[in-house]
Design a protein around this ligand. Structure first.
Ligand code: PLP
Length: 432
């Protein structure tokens, strides 16, 4: 590398460890190339929801609102904490998804959100940066979104302690996380815990019973602990027994040693991936004064300001106009319901097809939410090898493989498979 001598230690670490051609992007490129050579190729690598005709799934009300904005509304600077009408509306939009009995607590123990430039990624970065130093321990699931490695472990160089999210049968189980928390309490001065539900890549969300079990542990924690909730796919739940909204209201107000950072954004919640708008809400473990809450919020605003500054304005104005207008608000929620309904239909159909099949190579996990189906490898083969075989047979998938943390599985993004291709998708998976 020609600039090697110019680089900071962080720069060298990033240069040596971050690989932009790996993971989802690389398998998407391979799939696109293969699709040019092979008729009927199915690309199930992409984590953006698409219509059955392959076009990106969007929300027409938001598209229309954006196209009606004036130059001033798009191009002037936004307040660095976020456009006030927008963050107020976002807070309400989030709290409205919680069961009524938890809504008051969500008011009491929360700051107002601040905006983060660069989507949820930006939100995760600024909040982790302000709370953790290089070498501090973060508990992260072995089944996790690849960019969390880039942000937490390769850029910020936090120390990884891995917990297993899924048991051997592919069901979600918090037991391993709980024992890792108990171990860390003895060894560390403070910790972070990264949780992401619906989970990427496993497509799994916890049942209410599992959440209760986790709540009981949170109540007992005795060292300063920050829970990062990556709520990218919140609201996409397809089974009655699982939690259909963020875990946030269950984790706040429980324990003064536990702070919960809710990171969400328009990317998937409003099908606006490229808008690059994330939000960070801090949830306290105990009741504090409004003045103290403002200071906590200011801290996050300072973190944002010193990193990427204010977030894009146009999307905030458009979202604010939609959320604050009862007619448009109703309309956009109907459109969201239509989109998640399509994802749910794909999920149900895929589950039905899988239920009729057996494989000696792949074991579907109990995916129940989000954008993905996930299959753990049963034998000695590596997930990369399996994704290559699937690619050759006409299906693009993403392998998740990391021997060190016990990860060996294949992700199938049903969010971007048209209904007519689902049967063929499952046939290919089970033809190995
Ligand atoms: C779990 C998870 N968090 C965050 C993101 C990215 O969000 P954003 O595009 O808003 O940075 C993704 C995108 O794939 C994701 O899967």
């Amino acid at each position: 590398m020609i600039l090697r001598d110019f680089l900071s230690k962080r720069g060298k670490h990033i240069e040596d460890n971050v690989d932009l051609s790996a993971g989802t992007l690389a398998w998407n490129l391979r799939s696109k190339k293969k699709a040019n050579e092979m008729d009927g190729f199915i690309n199930a690598t992409i984590g953006s929801a698409t219509e059955d005709d392959g076009k990106l799934m969007v929300l027409p009300t938001l598209v229309e609102e954006l196209s009606n904005l004036t130059g001033d509304q798009i191009f002037s600077y936004a307040n660095m904490r976020g456009v006030n009408e927008f963050v107020q509306a976002w807070k309400k939009d989030t709290i409205d998804t919680y069961p009524t009995y938890l809504q008051e607590g969500a008011e009491t123990f929360s700051t107002l959100p601040i905006t983060a430039c660069g989507g949820l990624t930006g939100g995760l970065m600024i909040s982790a940066q302000v709370l953790f130093d290089k070498g501090d321990t973060i508990l992260a699931p072995n089944s996790r979104w690849g960019n969390i490695d880039n942000v937490f472990f390769k850029n910020l160089q936090l120390k990884e302690s891995t917990y297993e999210l899924l048991d051997k049968e592919g069901n979600l189980n918090f037991d391993n996380l709980i024992s890792k928390i108990q171990k860390a309490e003895k060894e560390e001065k403070k910790i972070g815990i990264y949780l992401n539900f619906p989970n990427n890549p496993s497509g799994i969300s916890p049942s209410y019973d599992e959440v209760k079990k986790f709540q009981e542990i949170v109540e007992e924690i005795s060292i300063p602990t920050t829970i990062f909730l990556d709520d990218a796919y919140e609201g996409c739940a397809y089974e009655d027994s699982i939690i259909e909204h963020s875990l946030y209201p269950y984790l706040i107000g429980l324990n003064e040693d536990v702070v919960t950072i809710k990171v969400d954004g328009v990317s998937k919640r409003y099908f606006a991936y490229g808008a690059r708008l994330g939000l960070v809400t801090v949830g306290l473990g105990e009741e504090i004064s409004d003045e103290e809450k403002m200071k906590v919020r200011e801290l996050m605003a300072k973190a944002a300001r010193t990193n990427t500054s204010s977030a894009p304005k146009g999307i905030q104005v458009a979202m604010s106009n939609v959320l604050n207008d009862p007619v448009k608000n109703k309309k956009i929620h109907e459109e969201k319901k239509r989109n998640t309904g399509i994802l749910e239909d794909r999920y149900n159909f895929m589950k039905k097809l899988i239920g009729e099949k057996e494989s000696s190579v792949l074991q579907p996990v109990g995916f129940n939410s989000g954008f993905f189906g996930y299959f753990q490898v049963k034998g000695k083969q590596q997930a990369t090898e399996i994704s290559q075989k699937l690619l050759d047979k006409g299906l693009g998938t993403v392998p998740f493989e990391n021997a060190k943390i016990g990860l060996n599985g294949v992700r199938v993004a049903f969010c971007s498979i048209s209904e007519r291709n689902l049967e063929n998708t499952v046939d290919i998976i089970y033809s190995l």
